[in-house]
Write a protein that binds this ligand. Structure first.
Ligand code: BTN
Length: 245
């Protein structure tokens, strides 16, 4: 089932309501624009007309503690579609941002809805993807314009968002399915597109910060950072960025 709204607050919010009503895995909620798109860290994800904004409901056959990997698999899926369909060369900034030539072109927000089960709790996952596509940088708020890009800025022509949605959802299901038997290969492929690998990064969590060198993801989906002292950390949940950014 695909639900298409012209304008809605957040497709992730609608997907959550549909899950409560028993919607099946595979449901897609799409909007041409959002007024309160949900981003990481409680931020609003700016969603003007021309972008592709959707939430895919998935019931992955994975243990609950592997759900952080779904964000990584979704990032890899976005990467493969942008490479394969448009010959672009994106990179992924852990855990959920897709970058083109140093600027963000897409963001991913996966949210879990936990249900009790006979063999322990299971998660239905809302895979939310927002991609700046047929819009232009000038369509966004002044303060984020220097940080973002759109597919239009790279391709110089408009693309068919219906086709992009079909390609992305197929690729996401494919990459998430691979996590069950090919997790290590998926992570190796992800690692090859890691924007932060070997670079100087800052990790912010609550009021604490950590500076070091990005070392890539672990099998659990956490990110490794090595401080100049040699001390290594595995982080999850906070913000990680290039220290020059
Ligand atoms: C981020 O970059 O912080 C994550 C952004 C995720 C945005 C998408 S747009 C479609 C879906 N619905 C939402 O409300 N958020 C996600």
């Amino acid at each position: 089932m695909i639900l298409h709204y012209d304008h809605i607050d957040s497709t992730n919010r609608v997907a959550k309501d549909l899950i409560a009503e028993g919607t099946p895995s595979g449901t897609i909620v799409r909007a041409a624009a959002q007024s309160a798109g949900k981003g990481q860290y409680g931020r609003v994800f700016e969603s003007p007309q021309g972008g592709l904004y959707f939430s895919l409901v998935l019931e992955p056959d994975l243990p609950l503690d592997q759900s952080p990997l779904i964000t990584l698999a979704t990032g890899l899926a976005c990467l493969r579609v942008l490479e394969g369909q448009f010959s672009l060369s994106p990179l992924i900034k852990w855990p959920n941002d897709i970058y083109l030539a140093g600027k963000k072109v897409a963001g991913i927000l996966c949210e879990n809805v936990i249900k009790p089960g006979l063999d322990g709790p299971t998660a239905t996952v809302i895979v939310g993807v927002g991609m700046n596509a047929n819009n232009q940088v000038s369509d966004f708020a002044d303060e984020i314009q220097p940080l973002i890009t759109t597919l239009f800025e790279h391709l110089h022509h408009r693309i068919d968002l219906d086709v992009l949605l079909a390609d992305l959802t197929r690729a996401i299901v494919g990459q998430v399915t691979r996590l069950k038997h090919e997790r290590a290969i998926v992570l190796t492929e992800w690692q090859q597109a890691d924007l932060l690998m070997g670079r100087s990064v800052v990790y912010l969590h609550d009021s604490r910060s950590l500076t070091g060198t990005g070392l890539g993801v672990t099998a659990q989906g956490t990110y490794r950072i090595r401080e100049d002292s040699g001390l290594e950390h595995q982080v999850i949940g906070g913000q990680l960025r290039l220290s020059s950014a």
